[in-house]
Design a protein around this ligand. Structure first.
Ligand SMILES: Nc1nc2c(ncn2[C@@H]2O[C@H](COP(=O)(O)OP(=O)(O)OP(=O)(O)O)[C@@H](O)[C@H]2O)c(=O)[nH]1
Ligand SMILES: [Mg+2]
Length: 313
């Protein structure tokens, strides 16, 4: 597939309701003169879904370790790059962001943000065709928590083991057999998805890469200055501009921010939870208290009314 040229009107692209970012999101161009513009994608998802294999297909080389294992194979973020059309495609492989230790997760998210600064163009949520498990659901929730509410507008769902579709329509398959959670995910992501057969070779392999990158470019309106950013990426970019701090130290510093963000979100969620519990409690009290009083009065009246009859007999 021939990659499409970026749009001539970057502002129009940024204004597009599809990408959901404001006009002021990325005010400055990011391509140094003479260099190919970068197209940065981050692979996310549960362990074993096929993130590393998808990364290797995208890069057209076996850069990331990918194998069947009972334990997660990828334990730290890694980055690869290839030229594709007029762009330099940067692929970030990540360890699973659910299931491991909290501190390690924060550190890897920090590393991922630093390696994909000033911001990724697309988040690729990798899941296995026909197996959207609770672990996948937890991974999706964690991605939204970490990357923020605008992240769904920058996500493409990649289904691995695409060979098992046997030529059928992916969307049809998902609509007919997908769980409610998977269908909701696709709705949230504007139905952006594609199937990947990571065992494919030659022309077929390159065709699916072309298909995925075309979806990404369409999502961006062809404008590579329209990458995703949030508070985490702002801080990552600031740190990357500090040559006096070594990379591992930057990871430590940013990991502290990630931890604070998660803690803050947890305490907000707890407060909202408490508030709703209180509302429900008050509502139940206001409904049931008068009802209880009426019942009590009614039974008192009944017992008073029946007593004389009892005596007269
Ligand atoms: N048949 C088939 N197997 C696949 C495909 N994609 C991935 N796999 C296999 O799925 C297994 C897990 O793939 P990985 O790429 O290691 O998965 P991961 O998400 O990176 O997993 P961890 O790094 O361990 O968390 C490997 O045995 C892959 O060969 C695919 O499209 N088709
Ligand atoms: Mg892996």
């Amino acid at each position: 597939m021939v990659p499409r040229k970026p749009s001539q009107d970057p502002q129009a692209a940024i204004c597009s309701p599809k990408n959901g970012l404001s006009l002021t999101s990325n005010p400055r161009p990011v391509v140094p003169a003479g260099e190919r513009p970068e197209l940065r994608v981050v692979l996310l998802g549960r362990s074993g879904a096929g993130r590393s294999a998808t990364g290797n297909t995208l890069l057209c080389q076996e850069l990331f370790e990918s194998r069947l294992a009972s334990q997660p194979v990828t334990t730290t973020c890694a980055k690869g790059r290839r030229d594709w059309g007029e762009w330099s495609v940067v692929v970030m492989d990540t360890p699973a962001i659910v299931g491991g230790s909290h501190a390690r997760c924060c550190r890897e998210i920090a590393r991922c943000a630093l390696l994909s600064a000033p911001g990724p163009h697309a988040l690729l949520l990798v899941t296995q065709l026909g197996r959207f498990t609770q672990e996948d659901e937890a991974a999706v929730q964690q991605v939204w928590r970490l990357f923020g509410s605008g992240a769904a507008g920058r996500t493409v769902v990649v289904f691995t083991r695409g060979d098992e579709l046997r030529g059928g329509s992916l969307l049809r398959y998902v609509q007919d057999t997908g769980t409610y959670a998977l269908q909701k995910l696709l709705r949230d992501c504007g139905q952006r998805c594609c199937a990947f057969d990571n065992r494919a070779t030659g022309k077929q392999k390159e065709e699916q890469v072309g298909e995925l990158l075309a979806i990404v470019l369409e999502m961006l309106g062809g404008d590579l200055n329209n990458y995703y950013r949030n508070g985490l990426y702002d801080r990552a970019e600031q740190l990357m501009e500090r040559p006096d701090i070594d990379f591992e130290k930057k990871c430590d510093l940013l990991a502290e921010d990630v931890e604070k963000q998660l803690l803050c979100q947890r305490s907000i969620a707890l407060t909202i939870n408490k508030f709703f519990c209180m509302l429900v409690q008050n509502f139940l009290c206001s409904v049931f208290r008068p009802l209880l009083l009426v019942l009590l009065l009614h039974s008192t009246e009944k017992s008073l009314g029946s007593s004389p009859r009892c005596w007269s007999s």
